[in-house]
Design a protein around this ligand. Structure first.
Ligand code: 4NP
Length: 151
C-alpha cells in the first residue's frame, strides 16, 4: 500500500519543494509518494527558486526537476497527510476542506517536532541565502521524525 504525503506552502517554489525533496530521500519509493503544492497559483509550472535548488544541492539533493502547482480540493482525496508550513497556508487549505476527514489530514509541519506549538517555517523568499539554509534545517528535522514515525 502507498502512503501519500503532500507538503504545502504559498508559492510552491521555496519551502515545500525542499520539504518534498528531503522527505522523498528519507522514504522508500516503493511505499511512499511525496509531492508538494502551493496555495497560490503565481508560480504554476515554474521550477523551484534557484536558492532552494542551491541549498538542496549543498545537501546532496536535486530538486530542479520539480514544477510548481496549486493545491486543489482533489488533494484531500489523494493524500493521507497534508503538512503546511505556516498559519496562512493552514487557513488557505482548511478553507477548501469539505468535512472533518479533510480537516484531519492537515497539520502544521513543525508540530511533528514541537507538538501543538504551531511554529511556522518562515517564508525565505524575500530574505538571503542563510534563510534557505535555516529553512532546510527545520525541514530536515521535521522530515526525520515523519520518516521514523511512518516506518
Ligand atoms: P514559498 O515562498 O511559499 O515557500 O514557495 C514564496 C514564494 C513566492 C512568493 C511568496 C512565498 N511570492 O509572493 O511570489
Amino acid at each position: 500500500m502507498m502512503t501519500k504525503i503532500l507538503m504545502v506552502c504559498l508559492g510552491n517554489i521555496c519551502r515545500s519543494p525542499l520539504a518534498e525533496g528531503i522527505l522523498k530521500y528519507k522514504l522508500p519509493k516503493e511505499n511512499y509518494i511525496v509531492d508538494s503544492a502551493g496555495t497560490a497559483n503565481y508560480h504554476t509550472n515554474k521550477q523551484p527558486d534557484s536558492r532552494s535548488i542551491a541549498v538542496a544541492k549543498t545537501h546532496g539533493l536535486n530538486i530542479s526537476n520539480q514544477k510548481a502547482r496549486q493545491f486543489t480540493v482533489n488533494d484531500f482525496d489523494v493524500f493521507d497527510f497534508i503538512y503546511v508550513m505556516d498559519q496562512t497556508n493552514y487557513q488557505n487549505v482548511i478553507k477548501l476542506a469539505r468535512n472533518d476527514a479533510d480537516r484531519n489530514k492537515v497539520e502544521m509541519l513543525l508540530n511533528v517536532v514541537y507538538p501543538n506549538k504551531n511554529f511556522e517555517v518562515p517564508d525565505p523568499y524575500y530574505g538571503g541565502e542563510q534563510g534557505f539554509e535555516n529553512v532546510y534545517q527545520m525541514l530536515d528535522e521535521a522530515c526525520n521524525i515523519i520518516a521514523e514515525k511512518l516506518q
